[in-house]
Write a protein that binds this ligand. Sequence first.
Ligand code: KIV
Ligand code: ZN
Length: 524
Amino acid sequence: MSNKSKQNKSSQDKLIIFDTTLRDGEQSPGASMTRDEKVRIAKALEKMHVDIIEAGFPIASPGDFESVHAVASVIKNSTVCGLARALEKDINRAGEALKPAESSRIHTFIATSPIHMEMKLRMKPDDVLAQAVAAVKMARNFTDNVEFSPEDAGRSETDFLCRVIEAVIDAGATTINIPDTVGYNIPHQFGELVGTLIERVPNSDKAIFSVHCHNDLGLAVGNSLAAVLNGARQVECTINGLGERAGNASLEEIVMAVRTRQDVFSCDTNLDTTQIVPCSKMVSGITGFPVQPNKAIVGVNAFAHESGIHQDGILKNRETYEIMRAQDVGWSDNRMVLGKHSGRNAFKSRLSELDINLDSEQELNEAFSRFKDLADKKHEIFDADLRAIVDDKNWTTENEYFKLVSLRVCSETGETPNATIVLEMGDDEVATNGTGGGPVDAAFKAIENVVNSGTQLQLYSVNNITSGTDAQGEVTVRLEKAGRIVSGQGADTDIVIASAHAYINALNKLQKPDDREHPQLGDV
Ligand code: KIV
Ligand code: ZN
């Protein structure tokens, strides 16, 4: 490594975490989030001490603008970022959305690879360079924290990248982000690219170098870490690796790799890693994208030892088979905390130990009443149950059009299951029946018999929140209608009731107008 790279590396030993769950993560088909859901996730990211939260792409739609504005209004300890193509209208919109932020960043980008410039932008390289410089200057009118990305840098020519990067740093960019937009790169090559850019761009010491890797070949984390070894000091990532196509680099893997292998990486993040698992669960619950059991760090099996030899080793010395402690990434020991006889104070104090803050006494009373209902059905109430009680409230927003009043299902050997449902639809109460292949199918058919939503069921999944046959089932339903995809969630000890809640939750989301236009990222 050259002197310049070494200098860059040792003088900045903090690795900045730039989370783009709310922007690139949301670009996963079916992962769209409401403004309130984005605010909840942003607060969880802030609590985890994420440095920068990319809250959205304000020009994309009025809804995206509102979400960035709402996040910018409530977040105080993280920088809030908005994405903008290298266009005046995008930058103005991002600047406007970020106005309330205590600390803001505008992230502007334009493609620099030959294929993108020629086939998509239909622009000459010199014009791309000029547009990049103009965009950075415009963004500087709103904030002195400006990030520039040469989109598809992973397939761009190094000489041209050097020219563009030097020019945008001169124009005022303070972070240079190198995206592997299509997930094409291989770690040693991507690391070398970042090292070469830091080495060759004459004013590279005036900016932080960042990377943004996609996971098309399963290498997003590997590529990002290779870049860190070559001087990158910001990584763009998402919770659970959510993101376009195969996703982005996953935040939890980057953060824990760097933290666990301090002998290899001469930098570390500021993150409170105990917030990782709660945040992962929140994102999975909101988006309806389940986390695979064997997913590193946040999968339910990530710290489970099945083989006798491993269990024996762990009992003798944890480090024989464990390189991280489950508690350090936020897995709770899931101990039984409360039961049927627990009072309101015990409930309240366990919520505050879990860092779950309800906004008002009324919300606390409502949550306590849901807790009592659950305790009647379930002997032992675990931490995960408490989180689900609170989440269930979050899924059920005020002023919903459809509400489940009651559900009765009859399922018998040799008979076709049938369901009777009473639904509130606006001001009316409607009773409906349906039959189906199983009790859940019958319940959905009954709902559809009156709603006629015209949707296609894309996904139905059930996860048990804790173990045991009396566990609550957390159901996710994903519905598609005319290209629009929404997810609904519900939780109950009765999975048919949880399923009906999830289905109705998704239908309520479809009731709300879809204002997303989603211009293509490279559509400059
Ligand atoms: O993947 C990509 O290139 C992007 C840019 C906007 C950074 O998401
Ligand atoms: Zn991306």
